[in-house]
Design a protein around this ligand. Structure first.
Ligand code: WT7
Length: 725
């Protein structure tokens, strides 16, 4: 069935070429700034892709099929339109004020309302679904059996863990707990146990180093760390307990004492880690839980605007930001988006391949799916272990019918096993991609091969800060366009602005900064412990009146470049700040650079993104050494190690290059753009305004060899580069 595009009913999907140029005119800058601006002037060329339409079978069962939803969520019905999401929840006390803007931009949603998040994700489903599976866990070793937890059993386990946190650790509403765990059912159990008590959890991605975990313990002020002794990754059993010791020591150095370390056991009958337990501090959860067998903990009624969790994310400067998410607004938003965009029904078997340690896992493995009484699948390991057929075997075996992953996973599965999906009998009704822009080529493989030209794809654009999806097609209503995130979510009113705050018209072919003009229930409430930075980073740029309590005066600055096609579909170009998106996750260049500077030989460091066919971007590091230090490969090795231990393996640089000096502006700023061009084997453009242009050619020869410049930057490279460079 062919539908018309609801955003422009008269448009015919006619491929045409458009030239898009980042906003900001060359004439506005002079001198050294010119080289800076050319960074922001990235031209993007691509063909408009043809539209794909959802099929009748999907539409016939979809949760949202009424195109009138845009009208219901239009600006004249804001903010009351979001009742539709909040009414999906069970409230202990209904709210009196849908949106309170009196402390703008610290928005409060559903004020006066009280609820418990764990009761919404677990208890309320017992009447209908006690015996239905809630979580299905797939261990990485293929010969280890799958674990299925019914809602009843999830309820039992969450209660017991809540009792342990309360009575063994003395935790109460408002306390923070850091959780550094792999992908195991004990992770959502711990999160839901915290939520039951109103304890704020801060989950740190399991792949992050002990030191990175320690820094987050300090920032959040956690006195309890929950971890696991070990887990499997790529066929190896990793010692994870050792990271807890490093984290506690790092936190202690900064003055934060961790009183108890709770260690879940990966195996019932043996320890997975040789690292010793420290008496009086470390406890095996599995042992302590025996005291709480059968315990029940009354869910604590929590005001809607009280925090549910912190999630740390990288920014362009300074330490990671603890994004504070609310209880009521957040849960309403992820429940609504899971139901209407992921099209989750209680009968669906839903698998999101992300890690719970990122926001995607919080919103769309744990809270959204469970609030909708779905069956949510957790997989311990890497998607390509032991081979690229693994995800499709899991899908076949468990009967997964909704699949959610990232462009980086799609690219690597396509590369390693382009025909693997065809070998397995599974059927997806819909699929999601998230984390970075997806190339139309990868999109088409996902659609045709993984989705068998039948599953609807939603390309969801959002961020750690935003709690849930901001731009995406509505799967039963809108056509899909490869490479484009689509229209805004109902109730989200974006605009694309130039540097001065002027709106760039839809269909003008020009890109700019995407902002969301209005608050929505999933928006984070503040940066933990740093409200000024919250206002400065996300709102100051386009706010003209600091004392205004009118939300219209506070556009949310997302930090992404974007443009809007004539049909209203939004294409995201990537970050506008110094953040590298590796495999769909933000790493702050400053954070990586400061890790490099902990190596005593290093005087200066610059980290640039290089295009990687699978991960999207990977960091490449340039370092200049202190005077008198020899350029020894051992130093490069130390730099690499420093990044690995202080940030984590995910940030491991492709190469560390020791250079005689950094290319700099006359005011002494390192020109990362020039280094990035060299790394990506492109022409570095005009360098005449630098203070030391001669070093650029030296570096180019080091990196690219003595021949001529390898490649002029062509439109395709720039398309690939997005705005990162
Ligand atoms: C940044 C947010 C959202 C959960 C995972 C990452 C990029 C995210 C898309 C998409 C194009 C995307 C943006 C955004 N991004 N989704 N569908 N299309 N770009 O969360 O680590 O907070 O990163 O990821 O640049 O700002 P995050």
């Amino acid at each position: 069935m062919r539908q018309r595009n609801p955003y422009n009913p008269d448009s015919t999907p006619r491929p045409h070429e458009v030239r898009h140029v980042m906003a900001g005119a060359r004439t506005q800058v002079t001198g050294e700034d010119q080289s800076r601006l050319s960074e922001a002037e990235i031209a993007v060329h691509w063909k408009e892709e043809a539209l794909y339409y959802p099929g009748p079978k999907f539409i016939g069962q979809a949760n949202w099929t009424d195109p009138g939803v845009m009208e219901r969520f239009s600006e004249k019905n804001f903010p009351e339109c979001f009742r539709e999401f909040a009414d999906l929840l069970t409230w202990d006390q209904y709210w009196h004020t849908t949106l309170d803007t009196s402390k703008a931009p610290f928005w409060k949603w559903f004020v006066g309302g009280k609820l418990n998040v764990s009761a919404n994700c677990v208890d309320r489903h017992l009447a209908m679904y006690a015996n239905k599976s809630s979580l299905i866990w797939v261990p990485e070793p293929e010969d280890e059996p799958t674990v299925v937890l019914t809602y009843q059993e999830l309820y039992n386990r969450v209660n017991e863990m809540a009792a342990l946190l309360r009575d063994h650790c003395g935790l109460k509403k408002g306390d923070r707990v850091t959780i550094h765990m792999p992908m195991v059912p004990e992770l959502p159990i711990t999160m839901l146990a915290c939520a039951r008590l109103g304890v704020i959890h801060s989950v740190v991605f399991g792949g992050f180093s002990g030191e990175a975990c320690g820094a987050r313990i300090v920032d959040s002020g956690s006195r309890i760390l929950v971890t696991m002794d070990g887990y499997y990754r790529s066929g190896k059993l990793l010692d994870h307990k050792v990271n807890a010791d490093i984290a506690v020591a790092a936190a202690e150095k900064e003055g934060t004492k961790v009183e108890k370390v709770l260690v879940w056991k990966r195996f019932r009958d043996k320890a997975a880690s040789p690292t010793p337990m420290i008496a009086g501090r470390d406890f095996y959860v599995n042992d302590v839980l025996k005291q709480f067998a059968g315990a029940k903990v009354e869910p604590v009624s929590i005001p809607a605007e009280d925090p549910l969790f912190l999630m740390y994310t990288s920014g362009s400067t300074g330490k990671p930001k603890g994004c504070q998410h609310s209880s009521g607004g957040y849960l309403a938003y992820v429940t609504g988006t899971s139901k209407f965009i992921q099209d989750i029904h209680p009968t669906d078997i839903y698998w999101c391949m992300a890690d719970i340690g990122w926001i995607t896992g919080h919103s769309y493995i744990v809270y959204g799916p469970l609030a909708n009484a779905a069956t949510t699948v957790l997989y311990e390991g890497v998607p390509t272990y032991p081979d690229a057929g693994r995800p499709w075997r899991i899908a076949e075996r468990l009967g997964v019918n909704i699949f959610h992953t990232s462009p980086t996973a799609i690219r690597s599965l396509r590369k390693l096993g382009p025909d693997e999906p065809k070998k397995y009998r599974y059927h997806f009704k819909c699929m999601t991609t998230v984390g970075e822009p997806i190339e139309p080529e990868a999109w088409k493989w996902y659609y045709e091969v993984v989705g068998r030209s039948e599953a609807v794809i939603t390309d969801t654009w959002w961020q750690t800060e935003t709690g849930g999806f901001l731009c995406t097609t509505k799967p039963g209503i809108d056509p899909m366009k490869p490479g484009s995130a689509g229209p805004p979510m109902p109730g989200i009113y974006p605009a694309i602005l130039d540097e001065q705050g002027n709106e760039i018209p839809t269909g003008s072919g020009r890109a700019g900064n995407i902002v969301i003009r209005n608050p929505w229930p999933g928006i984070f409430e503040t940066i933990w412990g740093d409200p000024d930075r919250f206002v400065k980073t996300y709102y100051a740029k386009y706010n003209k009146n600091k004392s205004s309590t009118d939300w219209h005066d506070w556009p949310y600055f997302a930090g992404d470049g974007a443009l809007r096609a004539p049909d209203g579909y939004i294409r995201i170009l990537g970050r506008v700040d110094d953040v590298i998106n590796v495999a769909g996750h933000r790493l702050g260049t400053k954070e990586l650079e400061s890790a490099c500077l902990t190596v005593p030989e290093v005087a200066e460091a610059a980290v640039v993104p290089i295009v990687d066919p699978e991960k999207g971007r990977v960091p490449e590091v340039y370092v200049a050494l202190k005077p008198g230090v020899k350029a020894d490969p051992a130093v490069a090795e130390k730099v690499s190690k420093a990044i690995e231990t202080q940030i984590g393996k995910i940030a491991r640089p492709r190469t560390v290059r020791i250079v005689p000096d950094m290319p700099k502006t006359r005011s002494g700023k390192i020109m990362r753009r020039v280094l990035a061009s060299i790394s990506n084997r492109m022409d570095y453009g005009d360098i005449s305004t630098l203070s030391n242009p001669e070093v650029v050619e030296q570096i180019r020869v080091m990196v690219q060899g003595a021949g001529p410049v390898e490649k002029q930057a062509g439109p395709d490279d720039i398309k690939q580069f997005g705005k990162d460079v």
